[in-house]
Design a protein around this ligand. Structure first.
Ligand code: HEC
Ligand code: HEC
Ligand code: HEC
Ligand code: HEC
Ligand code: HEC
Length: 377
């Protein structure tokens, strides 16, 4: 009880600090985070918060500057440091710029223009923050309900890109537009920002009945949780006269190609069959999109996708809603017991990612097929 007299001014002081309205034109995310604490924590853990500071981006961007000079490499910053459109801070000196895809960028979005070459954002910085809540009220800033924020269109400006000569580099938004998910009204937000228990605002600032927010971590392919949801895989083992047939079927159940996004990502399927009497037999299928440069050499660095003269070499990705199936045949001695293994891996490993290349398994099963067992064809 004795402590109360001491706590009241402390709490009141804190609320006063937190409740300072957002007045500046453009605001850093930690400022928004003083009230939207839970959302800030999620955003901090997202790739959006890392879009300039990430080691892979910085290295790739630096190389593009060396290769092309500062002016041409500015293209990278349109998406990775979008605040530049407003600050003109090309040297990335100010925090509002280098903190990347920030709260204020997404919540100052008023429209997306699809009429030109590629989708373009229209941003309006100022006192109004736009979002999905109807009838929100805040002492921190003005609010406006924005139906755009519940649509995939809000993600289009940075998740779709074709080069000046029309080569499609990143096509996540258009893949989605042509998918069954789009026809069913399933948005990017449904799959990447599902609703989760957390406070919209620190309860000391405003007590809100409904403690639910949209996940701001926006997990993608590096997330095991997402990958296991992306593909349905089935296989069948069939004993033949010569050995064994493995019939594999993989269906893409996302709303875009898998993998999607920057063409640095791959899904690798590996099937292995072994028997005591024979050497291991391994087959691998790679689902991905590869590019070659003007001289026909494979593109090694992410900035290379943006070079003039690049073209698509192969596109073996699993298209949205598609089903891929193949029968792989293995010969085995009569009646040998076969050891079978099947696995799927995710890989994201361009040359500039030497310290943070990603490769991990997200599906794996083993079977032993005994003499005389399995289905006989
Ligand atoms: C002083 C505290 C405070 C600060 C600082 C603050 N907000 Fe808010 N914000 C609130 C409150 C309170 C609400 C109302 C929530 C409600 O009524 O459900 C809100 C609502 C919102 C909404 C929902 C609007 C809608 O209609 O859907 C968005 C988006 C938002 N804030 C973004 C931001 C961004 C971006 C920043 C930083 C530039 C920021 N806020 C800074 C307190 C704050
Ligand atoms: C202003 C540009 C911009 C907008 C708008 C935007 N993104 Fe992004 N997004 C990026 C950038 C840049 C990255 C990559 C950051 C990095 O890894 O360097 C990214 C990364 C991601 C990733 C993570 C990919 C991975 O590597 O794991 C997902 C998922 C994602 N965004 C989903 C969304 C969704 C959903 C929306 C719409 C609600 C959206 N983004 C809106 C620019 C944007
Ligand atoms: C890549 C874009 C993007 C970034 C970055 C982003 N938001 Fe959001 N935010 C959204 C979208 C889209 C929604 C609405 C999702 C929906 O309703 O489907 C949303 C919803 C909200 C809401 C309403 C409550 C809720 O969760 O539905 C608040 C408040 C909010 N964001 C604050 C913030 C703050 C604070 C930050 C930074 C710490 C931030 N956002 C960063 C896109 C973004
Ligand atoms: C039906 C659910 C669903 C919808 C709709 C959806 N996604 Fe995804 N997305 C996923 C799953 C699952 C993954 C993980 C598999 C992968 O990486 O391809 C993923 C991966 C991603 C990645 C990461 C790619 C990588 O390999 O790291 C990005 C970026 C992305 N989605 C953006 C979007 C955008 C933007 C939209 C809307 C235009 C969208 N997604 C719509 C389910 C969905
Ligand atoms: C049209 C928007 C856009 C432009 C322009 C752009 N990027 Fe990106 N970049 C993204 C998005 C979105 C992702 C990640 C999500 C995905 O794969 O879709 C990404 C991912 C990356 C990654 C991988 C980061 C990781 O950890 O996975 C690197 C590196 C990168 N970009 C470098 C560059 C460089 C260098 C340039 C300029 C030459 C550039 N980007 C131009 C939107 C863009």
């Amino acid at each position: 009880m004795r402590a109360t007299g001491f706590l009241v001014p402390l709490v009141a002081g804190l609320v006063w600090v937190l409740a300072q309205p957002v007045t500046a034109q453009m605001t850093t995310s930690d400022r928004c985070g003083s009230c939207h604490r839970d959302i800030f924590k999620m955003w901090r853990a997202s790739k959006h918060a890392d879009s300039v500071e990430g080691a892979a981006f910085l290295e790739s961007f630096r190389q593009s500057q060396v290769a092309w000079g500062d002016d041409r490499s500015r293209v990278c910053l349109d998406c990775h440091a979008p605040m530049i459109a407003e600050t003109g801070d090309w040297e990335l000196r100010e925090k509002v710029t280098w903190e990347g895809v920030s709260c204020d960028v997404c919540h100052s979005l008023v429209d997306v223009d699809l009429s030109g070459h590629g989708p373009r954002m229209q941003l309006e910085f100022g006192p109004i923050k736009r979002g999905p809540i109807i009838g929100a009220e805040s002492t921190g800033h003005e609010v406006a309900y924005s139906p755009l924020h519940e649509k995939s269109l809000a993600c289009a400006p940075c998740h779709e890109y074709a080069s000046a000569d029309g080569v499609p580099i990143m096509t996540t938004f258009s893949e989605w537009q042509n998918s069954q998910a789009a026809a069913d009204g399933t948005t990017c937000q449904d799959c990447h920002m599902w609703r989760t228990k957390a406070n919209i605002v620190d309860p000391r600032v405003k007590r809100i009945e409904r403690a639910e927010v949209n996940l701001h971590e926006m997990p993608g392919g590096r997330s095991l949780h997402q990958l296991v949801k992306a593909l349905d895989i089935e296989y069948d083992l069939v004993r033949t006269k010569e050995g064994i047939d493995v019939v594999v079927r993989i269906a893409n159940v996302t709303g875009h190609a898998v993998p999607t996004g920057m063409p640095s990502r791959e899904i690798i399927l590996t099937v292995e069959v072994a028997a005591a009497e024979t050497a291991r037999q391994i087959d691998q299928r790679i689902f991905g999109k590869s590019f070659v440069d003007a001289s026909g050499k494979p593109v090694e660095y992410t900035w290379g996708f943006f070079e003039t003269g690049v073209r698509v070499d192969k596109d073996t990705r699993l298209a949205a809603d598609s089903e891929w199936t193949e029968t792989l045949s293995y010969s085995l001695p009569d009646d040998a017991t076969a050891y079978f293994k099947i696995r799927l891996e995710y890989r994201n490993a361009m040359a500039e990612m030497q310290y943070e290349a990603t490769r991990f398994e997200f599906f794996s099963e083993r079977r032993t097929v005994k003499r005389g067992s399995g289905r006989l064809r």
